[in-house]
Design a protein around this ligand. Structure first.
Ligand code: ADP
Ligand code: MG
Ligand code: MG
Length: 510
């Protein structure tokens, strides 16, 4: 389909705007409005929601690339479960990041403190998302996906993503056939997308794996959140999916990170069960089976030492953490760089340590890597430093600190002046990554009720859920869980939907 997405007339644009706006509000494809937009007096009770930015059409996405991402997800789940079990490797990574990164240093201290007294919970839950862009080089070989990053904490948008797929499916059967450049019903290839149900099912499995309550209290799941979260409906969709389950009934509570110490306690005795008293239901106490973190991934959640105490308090408890500190550290960009470092005769690939030698997955995973370099004083690091400070060479690269949540990277010609402002002893806490430049795609984005037409860049995320035992090293659950397509204007460097630059999308496989 060469003329896809089709040109639309202004009046068709108006009609689609009406239809999409209403569908989004009616189905919770929404976020809370930014406080600056809603004057406090207009919404004192916080009852308003606003439609999430979306594309009018599912973006064309190469089917081979989609299939490639789907095919490697379970191997990725297994890989990151194995890395989480390798404390020695992670300790080395933390050492290489260095103590100039206070956040990672403090995080690691939490693990060391708990290790000293001994963990009481060995099971661990990962709700992962591996992110990719399409890469096409000039060699005439077909398109491939290259990994942007692998998320092990607060992998978001799974709740909104399945809704976006439903929206595009609805439009393709009801609206696209009516356009002047009509798209016949059934001609788009829209993959199934069970992201919300899939992620919820991972949480449910962990709830079951926790076993029966060992206090007299009922079990619950805690969603550990940030105060004033705007992307709340994404999280609510997971919660509602979880509560679809009749057996077992799963009570879910949202607890702000800043209130952990106020509302939770560790039971007396050696079991260290985490007890939660919902402030609005003072006569109830629950035993927390699973803590699903949608916060705690960056320094802003840890304004003072008591926030670190709170994280320690959770980490030492018997609740199953999603993620543990170890799994959070496994998700750093530094780990991704180490994994992507090619094998040399003197330096066997780190991948082969975690996946059985002759397994096809080693090659399949390695095919998704692009070049990533350290900025340390190894040979590769010194070479990368030269690139990073060169005003011409740096144009093909992005510099990344060990941070999550968008808005932290430094791009292209901003890299040399940035590095100049950082003491050289701190450079090893960054990695330098080749920019992936996907082939151009056009689409129309509906944002804040207005249409923006033009070139877009798409980023595919594949979700996976995994439960493993840190001690016995057994994987108890390993599943794929739908996908995310996030799209941004081709002029924007960052693509986070919550950060305000990107939008929700779904795939039309071509
Ligand atoms: P975060 O953990 O903050 O989301 P990412 O590594 O995903 O960090 O980077 C944020 C965004 O920057 C990505 O969503 C993508 O749009 C862009 N980006 C990151 N790495 C690359 C890359 N190698 N090539 C092209 N764009 C990239
Ligand atoms: Mg990330
Ligand atoms: Mg990202």
């Amino acid at each position: 389909m060469s003329n896809y997405p089709p040109e639309i007339t202004p009046s068709e644009g108006e009609r689609l705007t009406e239809v999409v706006k209403d569908w989004a509000l009616a189905h919770g494809l929404t976020v809370r409005p930014p406080p600056a937009v809603i004057a406090a007096e207009a919404d004192p009770a916080g009852i308003l929601a606003t439609a999430v930015p979306v594309t009018l059409f599912p973006s064309p996405f190469p089917k081979v690339c989609f299939d490639q991402g789907v095919a490697v997800q379970k191997a990725y789940n297994e890989l990151y479960a194995s890395i989480s079990q390798d404390e020695e490797f992670l300790a080395q990574v933390v050492k290489e990041i260095g103590d100039s990164d206070d956040f990672i240093t403090e995080l690691w201290k939490v693990h060391l403190r708990v290790k000293e007294e001994g963990y009481v919970q060995h099971k661990s839950l990962g709700l992962f998302r591996s992110d990719y862009m399409v890469h096409q080089d000039g060699t005439g070989s077909g398109p491939q996906i290259k990994q942007v990053e692998f998320n092990t904490i607060a992998s978001s948008f799974g709740g909104l993503s399945s809704q976006t797929s439903s929206l595009h499916k609805y439009l393709s059967s009801v609206e696209y056939p009516l356009l002047e450049n009509s798209i016949k019903r059934g001609t788009l290839e829209l993959p199934e997308n069970g992201s919300a149900a899939g992620l919820a099912s991972g949480i449910k499995q962990a709830f079951i794996e926790y076993g029966p309550s060992s206090t007299s209290h009922r079990k619950c799941v805690i969603f550990l959140v940030q105060g004033g979260e705007r992307n709340i409906f994404d999280q609510r969709h997971l919660e509602y999916e979880l509560q679809q389950s009749e057996e077992p009934l799963i009570p879910v509570f949202r607890l702000p990170f800043s209130e952990i110490l106020q509302h939770t306690a560790i039971a007396e005795g050696s079991g260290r069960q985490l007890l939660y008293r919902p402030p609005q239901l003072p006569s109830h106490t629950f035993e927390v089976a699973v803590i699903y973190m949608r916060s705690g991934y960056g320094p802003s959640d840890y304004p003072d030492q008591s926030a670190w105490e709170a994280r320690y308090h959770l980490e030492r408890s018997a609740a199953i953490k999603c993620p543990t500190v170890l799994t959070q550290v496994a998700g750093t960009k530094k780990v991704q760089q180490v994994l992507a470092t090619p094998e040399t005769p003197s330096n066997p690939s780190v991948l082969s340590r975690y996946l059985s030698k002759n397994s096809a997955s080693i090659a399949d995973l390695a095919n998704t890597f692009t070049n990533i370099y350290p900025l340390d004083d190894t040979e590769a690091g010194l070479k990368a430093r030269k690139i990073a400070v060169d005003p011409e060479l740096c144009k093909g690269y992005v510099l990344k600190p060990q941070r999550e949540g968008g808005g932290n990277n430094i791009y292209r010609s901003n890299i040399p002046p940035f590095l100049k402002s950082v003491p050289e002893s701190h450079w090893p806490s960054y990695i330098l990554m080749e920019l992936i430049t996907p082939p151009p795609v056009r689409n129309t984005i509906l944002r804040n009720g207005k249409l923006e037409q033009g070139g877009v860049i798409c980023e595919l995320g594949i979700y996976g859920t995994c439960i493993w035992d840190q001690k016995s090293k057994v994987i108890l659950h390993n599943e794929r869980a739908g996908y995310l397509l996030r799209t941004k204007g081709d002029q924007s460097e960052e693509g986070g939907v919550a950060a305000g630059f990107g939008c929700m999308d779904s795939c039309n496989l071509v």
